[in-house]
Ligand binder design. Sequence first.
Ligand SMILES: [Zn+2]
Length: 312
Amino acid sequence: MNRATMRMTVTLLILAGSFLSAPGAHSAGKLKVVTSTEDLATLVREVGGDRVEVEAMARGYQDPHYVEAKPSFLLKLRKADLLIAVGVQLEIGWLPPLVTQCGNPKIQPGAAGYLEAATFAEILEIPRGQITRAMGDVHPLGNPHFWLDPANGLRIAQGIKEKLKQMLPGEAAYFEQRFQGFSQRLAEAEKRWSGQMAPYRGAKVVTYHRSWPNLAKRFELNVVGYVEPRAGIPPSPGHLVELMQMMKREKVKVILVEPYFDLKTPKSVARETGAQVVVLLPSVGGEKEATDYFKLFDYDVNLLVRALQSAR
Ligand SMILES: [Zn+2]
């Protein structure tokens, strides 16, 4: 769809939306939350329980940098009380125009109904010196895949809790209690995941995209190279030759690939180097089993342990 058609569709949908969202269509008293990703939606559900209605836009199996903006996103945004985005430019390619076009003043950046998870999280790989997008780096403000550390999940949930308390002050105690419960369950789960990963401390891996620095830091994996030469840049033959030489030298036996990249190149690198390709999930909803924040880490940790075990 070109830009002009998109704009027209958007206008028509906004008109349609004004009829659809007539009084009575809202469920009484519930806060309507829209999130850019399924990871954020699951954290909102943890804290918000039945006092909120939450919907994600991007699906967990999509590349969150490049999501096709669907007209249905606009309808969701138009009715939202609160929009939560990942931030640090993860969604810069698709979300800002939608937010502008939806015409909902409550969720514009700077308004009370707009929140970025990055505000609360530890952000890694913040570039020093001059930043230039012309070089193709899709992470110019630091790495936006920060939800893949449970410690950041907790920080984000806490930020969401404060925002929900501010927006529904009558439910403050409820949100507080839900957050405490989440925090406790997460601490227990994290002990289990760390225990599972402990035997592989320092294990060397190569990843396709730079999706895993927070996960690697938490579970002490050593990411020594990338199939992509830079975030967002497809691999060149020269880069792959260097990568394969390095992998042989360093005896790297595992290549982690996000579900939305073609497996052809990683598989040929694996064949050449005696490594194995592991499709790891960066997001809730990346596979049917990964239904919430806990199941996402369960899935990834189990997969990593199996791969690192057989690499020994
Ligand atoms: Zn990225």
